[in-house]
Design a protein around this ligand. Sequence first.
Ligand code: ADP
Ligand code: MG
Length: 436
Amino acid sequence: MSANALDRDVVTVRDVRHFYHKGGSSDLLVLDHVDLTLHDNEIVSLLGRSGSGKSTLLRIIAGLMPASEGRVAIRERLVSGPAPDVAMVFQSFALFPWLTVLDNVEIGLEAQGVPAPERRRRALAAIDLIGLDGFESAYPKELSGGMRQRVGLARALVVHPAVLLMDEPFSALDVLTAETLRTDLLDLWCEGRMPIRAMLLVTHNIEEAVLMSDRILVFSSNPGRVIAEIKVTLPQPRNRLDPAFRQIVDDIYARMTARAVGNAPKEGGFPGTGIGMILPHVSTNLLAGLMETLSGPPYDGRADLPALASALQMEVDELFPIAETLQLLRFAEVEGGDIHLTDAARRFATGGVDERKRLFAQNLMAYVPAVSHIRRILDDRPSHKAPRARFQDELEDFMSPEFADRTLHAVISWARYGEVFAYDEGAGVFSLENPS
Ligand code: ADP
Ligand code: MG
């Protein structure tokens, strides 16, 4: 890398891996060989589902925690401890309730030892910039969510960081407030009024990434790593309805589902194999609901995922696990950003309660190894009972306790619906009590 290239780079992340230690034998690998670079004058989005390690990566870049392996530099200086050139905005507003807006904004400068008059001047400038004029002496509880997030932004900008890291900054806001704040931020950025060099935005919202970024890094889950990079060259301000905009959104959807299909055709693409497969907790209501929706008009069994998401007002995080669970159960196939129902799903959608349970049980037993495994053990035991701990331990040979918990939770709710086996929450015991 030439000296020039380094000059332009505001943030460099090289070969970062991160494990969380999970008491017990299995560490949870959340980031694997993550590389990314933020150039001067760039907005980059990190787009990934929840749990993919995005917040972990931001905390590492900000120097709030060390990576297990790899290195991070801000303007060529290696990060080791809280980085002074970095400011962060969080999803929840993290304001001090007992301080006024002005004091909340100034506090970042106090830590840096900036003298009082200078602090005041810069805090007022940041408050003005971000549209909080007149609210200087208000307390956080007197402000709306949108205004509180503006205080968070002012507090980050007041230190004039080289890079602003934003962790899902709009996702706790209502739709209109979020849109206004995004537009205001972009206006300030495009007018060159933000006292920063680059922004890294973490989001699970594809449209938000396409609206705001010069580049989008698609982040995979389990473990998190950058699997695709998309440059967005559309001029600002961007229009969601512009066909070129839609095309980029479509393309990202396809990439985000491609991995699942490529890795494990028709298997939903969940990490792990056999009983070690990590399953998402998707309710049977959602699974049934999506099959019903897709089987009726206007879809007639097939839909474009982005169009479906926007029709159902869902985000990637919500729609993908449902689509992938249907794929695992062979009720759907997901390919190239499209989903289509299988014959079994069409029968499910038009069937009565008993037919639905029968179809669901049949595919659960055939395609979810953890379910057939538990059922076989219950069948074999004279008591037809087994404690949860037995399966929890087995799953923990393949995954972290947290994932084992989540996977069992999914298995229990699906098996209950299909009446494959029962589970007594209080006693923590699986049994064949209800099923015939
Ligand atoms: P994201 O921001 O993409 O939702 P996170 O970085 O918050 O993802 O989390 C990634 C994974 O690491 C998740 O499975 C989460 O449960 C786990 N995790 C996050 N923080 C910790 C922690 N302090 N200790 C153990 N596991 C954690
Ligand atoms: Mg997060």
